[in-house]
Design a protein around this ligand. Sequence first.
Ligand code: GTP
Ligand code: MG
Length: 194
Amino acid sequence: MLIKSSEFKGAFGDWNRLPEENLPEIALVGRSNVGKSSLINKIVNRKNLAKSSSTPGKTRTINFYLLNNAFNLVDLPGYGYAKVSKAEQQKWGKTIENYLKNRKQLRGAIHLVDIRHEPGNHDVAMKEWLSHYEIPILLVATKADKISRGARQKQLQLISRKLHLNPDVRPLVFSAATGEGAGEIRDAIGEIIN
Ligand code: GTP
Ligand code: MG
């Protein structure tokens, strides 16, 4: 799918104050700092549409990006950032959960994990949670530029095993730094939307 236009539509503090419009949505979920905002920028070919930061916990609201005037990419706060207070983590957790559970416009989720690390408990919980609510998942292994080509297969197997992926599901390898995998993600988004 070709991305012809992109615009920031707004940042929202809670799921029940989101836009009422009826466009389909795809949400980005994953640990804080895994690269959700960077993925959005790469997909739309703009450097700073979504704000990314080397400090985890950058995205603290539900951020809407309208693409091709046809659907929304939804950037959610990351989970698992230890430096955020327990109370705030719980609040974000509830916001994410309510959004995923209740949002009628939601068509699928892009679940990001860092290709260098074994998925953590939060990642496992998120995967099981999405499966339980029958939300289609596109699993993306990010920061592929940070490991050698030779190490990839082993890491992908580790991720598949830990997240109990079906044997026919293959994580998509992506790098926001090199753009590797961006075309495949655009195509997968197109399939989810259509
Ligand atoms: P939160 O908003 O805190 O949930 O984080 P996020 O998931 O939106 O992560 P973000 O896109 O802000 O990226 C976090 C850091 O990782 C930034 O310093 C990015 O430049 C870096 N980063 C993201 N993707 C990649 C990648 O594919 N390769 C490399 N080398 N760095 C990346
Ligand atoms: Mg972010």
